[in-house]
Design a protein around this ligand. Structure first.
Ligand code: ZN
Length: 441
């Protein structure tokens, strides 16, 4: 197992981003504003003091009584050890977290348990290291990985960093660390099928696009504008990922369908969901946040051009208001940009109405929950492809109960305490099916 490639990329990243804000995706509130944490991160990410930091953090991790501090040290140590190939120690710290009920309940992802298979793909601007438990699956998913380097060379030619992707077993969020240029991709939800391979290649480019924004364009996610910056950030990452697998048109059609459903409840609800980014992401997983982001950013690109988008990321420095920067570059105030986008969606007909999905069984499992089984011509991921609202356009909670994300036959649950009509939108790529039903039928 060689990680020399990622170590080479490291020095470059360190020198420019020793004081970066925390860009670990799907994670933020580890007292980012705290001077002490910033100082410690500088210590952790600087090659000269990394060893010293590890010794210090090992000591503090086990001595401090405060759960937040333990998590701070443990997360950093796990990522640093994975980066340096010290997998056993990363695993031991992960185990320590898992064995403590309080700490475990606060974890949003687990990445420490990496068992190298020896299988790796080394490309020009990234490499992939594969966990033994997903070796067979990874070999399939990597079978046309060359497209990633080709696309990066042709489209993000000024990409300055080298990314290491860990293909990991298990499921859950797949975070990244912008200081280390490392991505931790969980593969447990995927299978050996062309659809999932496309999604995973998209995910690889998606993550590298985040790192491009951070480390080449200097775009930061700052605490005070966390949600709105993530909205642009995720929209751009989605755009790159789907463009790279030549799926942008159909994925934009899907995103537009989902964004329309979100906007039907009111732009203010969407804005609230964006502002409360983490809450929406983790507590309202059915809400089409990433789809809305893609739809909006793709709309901006279409209206104002790719160069303007890049300019937006390049010039939205830490102390500037990103809405003002967008308004300046695009000649429209941000609320007007949103209104114009909503109008554009109203006229959009990129998704074809068709029938590809049927409900085979529905039954109440309790007074609040309806369990639904389905058959579909295409592999759908209920959490992203099934939108249910009541008659006032309010999105209802959909939970996925299937192990694998994309399946032609599966099930999901809808939270519906009343017997009022439910309105369904089923979106798969550029196809959409709409119908209504009563929960008691
Ligand atoms: Zn992302």
């Amino acid at each position: 197992m060689s990680i020399s490639v990622s170590t080479a990329g490291l020095t470059q990243a360190y020198s420019r981003h020793a004081l970066d804000t925390d860009v670990i995706e799907q994670e933020k509130k580890i007292s980012l504003t705290s001077q002490k944490n910033r100082y410690l991160k500088r210590l952790a990410y600087s090659p000269a003091t990394m060893k010293l930091f590890c010794a210090l953090a090992e000591n503090r991790l086990f001595r401090t009584k405060k759960a937040e501090r333990k998590l701070f040290y443990a997360r950093l140590l796990i990522m640093l050890y994975l980066h340096k190939g010290r997998y056993q120690r990363a695993g031991e710290i992960e185990e320590y977290l898992q064995s403590n009920a309080d700490l475990k309940s606060k974890l949003r992802f687990t990445i420490g348990n990496f068992q190298p298979s020896g299988v790796e793909y080394i490309g020009r601007s990234f490499c992939v290291l594969v966990d033994a438990r997903v070796q067979d699956l990874s070999e399939y998913l990597l079978s046309n990985i060359e497209v990633v380097d080709d696309w990066l060379t042709a489209n993000l030619a000024d990409l300055q960093t080298h990314t290491t992707l860990f293909f990991m077993s298990g499921s859950g969020p797949s975070p990244f660390n912008g200081n280390l240029n490392d991505v931790y991709l969980k593969l447990g939800h995927y299978r050996k099928q062309p659809h999932d391979r496309e999604i995973v290649i998209h995910a690889v480019i998606h993550e590298i696009a985040h790192l491009y924004l951070r480390n080449t364009l200097g775009f930061r996610i700052c605490q005070k504008e966390f949600g709105i910056r993530k909205f642009f950030d995720e929209g751009f990452a989605q755009l790159c990922g789907f463009r790279a697998v030549r799926a942008l048109d159909r994925k934009c059609a899907h995103a537009n369908t989902c964004a329309k459903a979100a906007i039907a409840e009111g732009i203010s609800t969407l804005r609230e969901s964006i502002s409360n980014w983490d809450n929406t992401l983790f507590q309202k997983r059915y809400y089409p946040l990433y789809q809305s982001a893609l739809s909006f950013v793709a709309y901006l690109e279409q209206e104002y051009g790719y160069k303007t988008l890049i300019e937006l990321f390049r010039t939205s420095s830490y102390d500037q208001n990103i809405e003002d920067t967008a308004a300046k570059l695009m000649g429209n105030k941000f609320p007007d940009l949103l209104e114009n986008w909503a109008e554009y969606l109203d006229d959009d007909s990129s998704a074809q109405k068709t029938e590809f999905f049927s409900i085979t069984k529905s039954e109440r499992t309790n007074t609040r929950t309806l369990h639904i089984e389905y058959d579909s011509d295409y592999p759908v991921y209920p959490l992203k492809d099934v939108l249910v609202c009541d008659n006032s356009q309010h999105q209802l909670v959909v939970s996925s109960t299937q192990k694998y994300r994309y399946q032609k036959t599966g099930s999901f649950s809808v939270e519906c305490p009343s017997d009022n009509i439910l309105n369904f939108v089923i979106a798969f790529d550029d196809m959409v099916q709409e119908f209504s039903m009563r929960p008691d039928l």
